[in-house]
Design a binder for this molecule. Structure first.
Ligand SMILES: CC(C)(COP(=O)(O)OP(=O)(O)OC[C@H]1O[C@@H](n2cnc3c(N)ncnc32)[C@H](O)[C@@H]1OP(=O)(O)O)[C@@H](O)C(=O)NCCC(=O)NCCS
Length: 363
């Protein structure tokens, strides 16, 4: 039996949700270019596309938006659990724990509505913890704002500018779905055992938390902070590569060309903060990193990935670094739920094998 470390190049299922073409740098959601959706549609419309198979008409979209808005309140019992968690627990662990406690909620709604309820509650969970740690008050939940506008409102206590809402929405659309990545696979494995949505999402959040997966954008910002100036970029990167370390925001298991999401997000962040010296530094670091990756890792085809400019967008809309991965979790929940629904509809338990290399018992 052949062992394929990291399951690289192995397809575990057929899907109608997305095409990730790593050679051409293409990302398609159910027949639509993700980058076009990012500039023309709302996050709700794209979630509808993923869950129901088509982009909604105006009326359908309004109904779906209202459905999500109606589930924004989190049960008091769950909020009480959150308050008792250790203060030093990071936000992703809090979110993972919170979603796992949702297993106790009512079971009398359709699978899509249940998915909508979790998606709607995640902003509230994040904002609740964020304010709790800062000793500030989370604003009253509203139903009149879009998912994106409401998230920024809950965190920032005031309505965000349309430019910020639009930028975050583009980021969320571009990161909502991405084929059989590690967290999606984790979620599908749990769903394939017949377990519930909340357990599947709990597993997915656990996987996304890792720095090689969803934890990268905050590390990108840390890297830019450590570099500090354009002059320092080359010596800093050389030192890191010579020490055999990785550059955050570069390389991808599937994309062997520029990640299309990185390109789209660079445009979004340039529009928002083209004049900001931080953005200028990011552009210079990217240029230097690509040159040096080619020098130190020739032929590995390492390019900028989505996380590099994700950091720039999230920073530009005013989110603090500790919220980067939780914010990514929110959009990816849409993709996870779509995969879980698909897995349940065509289920076969995911059960690969391992090859034993240990000793045999003696006679
Ligand atoms: C995303 C990632 C985990 C993909 O890993 P992978 O497909 O397993 O790639 P590999 O580990 O096989 O890497 C192939 C080679 O490129 C190198 N490499 C990969 N990403 C690198 C990076 N970001 N910086 C420096 N070198 C890198 C590896 O060291 C390896 O070199 P080697 O052939 O000399 O051993 C990896 O590129 C990475 O760690 N990137 C940084 C974290 C990040 O930005 N994650 C967000 C992903 S969207």
């Amino acid at each position: 039996m052949k062992v394929v470390p990291g399951l690289e190049g192995i397809a575990v299922t057929e899907t109608e949700l997305s095409l990730v073409d790593g050679e051409k740098g293409h990302l398609v959601y159910r027949g639509h270019w993700a980058k076009e959706l990012a500039v023309s549609r709302t996050f709700e419309a794209v979630v509808h596309l993923l869950w129901y198979g088509h982009l909604p008409e105006e009326k359908e979209e309004r109904r779906f938006r209202d459905l999500l808005a109606s589930h924004r309140e989190v049960p008091e019992s769950v909020l009480e659990v959150l308050k008792r968690l250790p203060l030093e627990m990071d936000l992703m662990s809090v979110l993972r724990t919170a979603v796992s406690t949702l297993t106790t909620t009512e079971d009398d709604i359709s699978p899509r509505e249940r998915a909508g309820a979790v998606l709607a509650m995640i902003p509230t969970l994040i904002a609740h913890r964020y304010h709790f740690l800062r000793g500030s008050r989370m604003p009253e939940i509203r139903r009149d704002l879009s998912h994106t506008a409401h998230y920024l409102y809950l965190l920032q206590g005031k309505e965000a500018s349309p430019a910020h809402v639009r930028a975050l929405e583009a980021y969320w659309i571009l990161t909502a779905e991405h084929g059989m990545n590690a967290s999606t696979f984790a979620g599908r494995v749990v769903a394939s055992t017949g377990s519930d949505l909340f357990s599947s999402l709990t597993a997915a959040i656990g996987a996304l938390k890792g720095p090689l997966h969803g934890g990268a954008p905050s590390e990108v910002e840390g890297m830019l902070e450590a570099i500090g100036s354009v002059e320092e970029a080359e010596p800093w990167i050389r030192k890191r590569l010579e020490a055999g370390k990785r550059l955050m925001g570069f390389g991808h298991r599937v994309y062997k060309t520029r990640d299309p999401r990185a390109e789209a997000l660079r445009e979004v962040s340039e529009k928002l903060s083209g004049e900001d010296p931080w953005f200028h530094l990011a552009v210079e670091v990217e240029r230097t990193a690509l040159r040096l990756l080619e020098e130190y890792k020739p032929g590995r085809r390492l390019y900028t990935n989505v996380e590099f400019y994700a950091a720039a967008v999230l920073r530009a809309v005013g989110l603090p670094r500790e919220l980067y991965t939780p914010t990514f979790t929110l959009s990816r929940t849409a993709g996870w739920c779509a995969h879980i629904l698909e897995q349940v509809a065509h289920n076969r338990i995911i059960r690969p094998q391992s090859v034993y290399r240990g000793p045999m018992p003696g006679n």
